[in-house]
Design a protein around this ligand. Sequence first.
Ligand code: ADP
Length: 458
Amino acid sequence: MSFSTRYDLLPVFSVLAPAMLSANFKSEITWFFTGCLAALVIGTIVGWPASTLVLFMAAYVVWVLYRLESIVSWLRSGAKAGHAPFSHWLCDEMVELIHREKKYSRKQKNRYRKSLAQFNSLAANLPDAIIVMDSDFVIRWCNPASGAMLNIHPERDLGQRIDNLIRNPEFGEFLSSDNDASEVELPGPVASDRVLAIRKVLKDNRMTVLIAADITQRVKVREMRKAFVADVSHELRTPLTVIRGYLEMLQEDDTIEPPVMDAVNELTAQSDRMRGIVDDLLVLSKLEANLLGEREGEIVNVAAMIRSMIGPLKKEASRHRFELNLDDSLAVLGSEREIYSACNNLLTNAIKYTGDGTIVSVSWQLDDNTGSALYEVSDNGPGIEARHLSRLSERFYRVDAGRSRQQGGTGLGLAIVKHAIQRHGGYLDIKSHPGSGSQFTAAFPANRVQLMSKVANQ
Ligand code: ADP
């Protein structure tokens, strides 16, 4: 609002102001001036008008101060309704307002008390343990389930650091990691036959909230599924080998008529496909086992490995163009078989799912920011729609099932890649846009990175 506009509004305020004054203020002012007038009249009669007026004003000020003082001492003594000081006009209104405010805050307090009671009974009946900590991981609050599951008791352990109570290196790592989406599975500190999954549901620079759930049943089902898939795959291998053997014999039989031979050839192709699925399922069930130990594995010269793969692929995919950007000094500590499988899958996919003339770029470089080693395969092929990206590494997920089968894919390739990389403590990242190609990145963590020069000197 400009100065001139404000100036124009002044007369409006001066008219409205008396109307906005409270009735108590008006009474107070009316009685004050009436008193002044009376003092002046009496003063004139007795011959000291000015002194009588000043005396009256002083008496009025003292009276107002006395009323204020009685309100203050009433407030000091707890402002109980029954003990409110007798007062007039403005002071009376003040007492009334204090009453109203007290009533309102009492109601609010009751509401908060009720909510707190509800929250406490909810927290007490939750089957999961909840722990609230400050930024130093000192426990500030926990529910009763924390006692039963983690041996952390609300009455005993408040004020303690959680890593002093749960002494597990994996838990310590999880606690200090910045990855809020991560989850750690631990044997229960109270009953070691139970498995707990601990998650961070909130982490900022003031507090961290953990939730621990008993996932023993889920883990059992997961183990059963893994064992079942591994057993079935294993059992299917023998009959498949026998079928394949007989089919090979039939293929070599010259007496078989061409239409029957077509059927034999189709049967052979399908049994090969089935064998491929069974083999991939077996690989996957092995990969799903525990993480590799930090020092487990051999030194893998990934650059040399990629070059050895590219040679035969260049012949197979002669219409694709390959661009390599490999750091020969960079190696990783891990399982050569698993790393080979992951690298090869990404490379063959970049050929299988793209057309002739596609440029496939393969890079193996150190990420200077994180110290991790990145294996990147990108192509300028057809790309993948965003809705598929998060599901690509699920078992048997295919964007185009027909094309995948036609290319001899089992739908397990990216699941194998993901698990192989995860077993090394790394991750698989997929970026793609329809029409502008795809980029698959396998990242190996810094603690697995080795330099070939150092390896040679060892
Ligand atoms: P498969 O083992 O059948 O090859 P994958 O798990 O390796 O299956 O891949 C899953 C799906 O991801 C494939 O069906 C394919 O549609 C898609 N895909 C993988 N790589 C690429 C790529 N480079 N370009 C386009 N699509 C791809």
